[in-house]
Ligand binder design. Structure first.
Ligand code: SF4
Ligand code: SF4
Length: 392
């Protein structure tokens, strides 16, 4: 029997939010081109599947997709901006075991400014509360930490903790997937200090899962200082992404879209064992983008478990002698403080490129529709027609 994989299924590039760190909403896929159930049936066995977008709940057939994926996946988590409350609740009624992560980018004002969704915080928060009331076990927040929302990091963690929810963090990344190349943390010591506080909150808890989350957040400090990943990146070896067009990719962190093959045209085994897939794996082996996103770090943390485990044991022992984690344990953080390296030098280590031409990974037909209308206009009209259709 072949090994189960970790897969991320990008069901659509359509999105109704207007996030400041992601331009995907300006570059939607055409609904007619998006992954069909037939293609989803070809996916391999998975031990974990993340369904994401764009905004996955824009797809009115999401329940059919989840039903199909449960035939081949042990665990499914859907990442959403939480706007379509009724659709989320409806799906969770049929699949109470599904995980839901709602992106909340800070407390009310900060979230609404970053995400650009009217009343976005209250909608997301209300959806989460309703899911908890329904008895859903695997629900939580997802936050992309940046200069603007870093002060909300620990308060938001505490809010999630009070509600007995998961709290997933990320920081700014640049790639074709985010249709962005200019994301960068400006005040690294300030953001790192908030991560340090979160690491200490997580280490303080009695949950081993949270201690490993602490390690992940320690890795985020390392990442925002532009350093080498703490763990190897094995994307495309036992992990894959598939985009709305059926293109199988190693990850969502590359500058341009890297394609291992198209699943609409081939069987999974043919694609996974193809020379194109091998060529992508060779590129991954020398990739220097050093992303630190949960999609590529979680498999690595399982595979190279001894490394985070040693870190956790060391820091728990320190904690018991009343010594907290400090961001200055990272040499690069001390070097910036001591003037041995400048902010400008660290900026050069990041993937931020103010002059880059961003490849949005869209198909020709999806690009074509952007000639007459903006992505926002297309998606707004699309959602309006879905709502009108439902009201008829
Ligand atoms: S981050 Fe997510 S919710 Fe925000 S614009 Fe991008 S795809 Fe949409
Ligand atoms: S570091 Fe890994 S996740 Fe990031 S772009 Fe390279 S291969 Fe993809």
């Amino acid at each position: 029997m072949s090994k189960k994989l970790n897969g991320t299924v990008i069901v659509t590039y359509r999105c109704n939010a207007r996030c400041s760190m992601c331009n995907r909403y300006k570059a939607p896929s055409r609904p007619e081109e998006e992954l069909t159930i037939e293609t989803i049936k070809k996916l391999p066995e998975m031990y974990f599947t993340n369904i994401t977008g764009g905004e996955p709940f824009i797809r009115t057939d999401l329940k059919d997709i989840v039903r199909e994926l449960y035939k081949k996946s042990d665990r499914i988590v859907i990442s959403t901006n939480g706007f379509f409350t009724d659709r989320i609740i409806d799906l969770c009624k049929e699949f109470p075991q599904v995980g839901i992560r709602i992106s909340i980018e800070g407390l009310e004002q900060t979230n609404n400014e970053i995400r650009g969704l009217e009343d976005g915080f209250n909608r997301g928060y209300t959806t989460l509360k309703k899911l908890v009331e329904m008895g859903m076990k695997d629900v939580g927040f997802g936050m992309t930490v940046q200069d603007k929302n870093a002060p909300d990091l620990v308060p938001l963690y505490k809010l999630s903790d009070e509600m007995d929810m998961e709290f997933a963090t990320a920081s700014l990344h640049n790639s074709f997937y985010f249709v962005e190349a200019k994301n960068i943390i400006k005040d690294r010591p300030m953001v790192a200090k908030h991560f340090e506080d979160l690491v200490n909150e997580l280490l303080k808890s009695n949950s081993p899962k949270k201690w490993f989350r602490a390690y992940f957040n320690h890795g985020l400090i390392n990442y925002i200082y532009g350093q080498k990943r703490l763990l190897p990146c094995d994307m495309s070896f036992d992990t894959f992404f598939i985009d709305p067009y059926g293109d199988v990719m190693p990850c969502n962190g590359t500058k341009d879209k890297e394609v291992m093959g198209n699943l609409n045209e081939r069987s999974w085994d043919e694609l996974w064992n193809s020379s194109e897939a091998e060529a992508v794996r060779s590129k991954v082996r020398c990739c220097d983008r050093d992303c630190w996103m949960i999609g590529s770090v979680s498999p690595a943390m399982h595979k190279y478990i001894w490394k985070p485990a040693v870190w956790v044991v060391f820091h728990k022992l320190k904690f018991w002698t009343n010594k907290k984690y400090s961001m200055y344990e990272n040499k690069i953080v001390r070097d910036l403080r001591d003037g041995k390296v400048s902010t400008e030098e660290l900026d050069k280590c990041s993937t931020c490129d103010m002059c880059a031409v961003v490849n949005n990974g869209l198909s020709e037909a999806s690009m074509e529709q952007l000639k007459d209308r903006t992505g926002e206009e297309i998606v707004d009209a699309d959602i309006a027609s879905q709502i009108n259709g439902a009201n008829k």
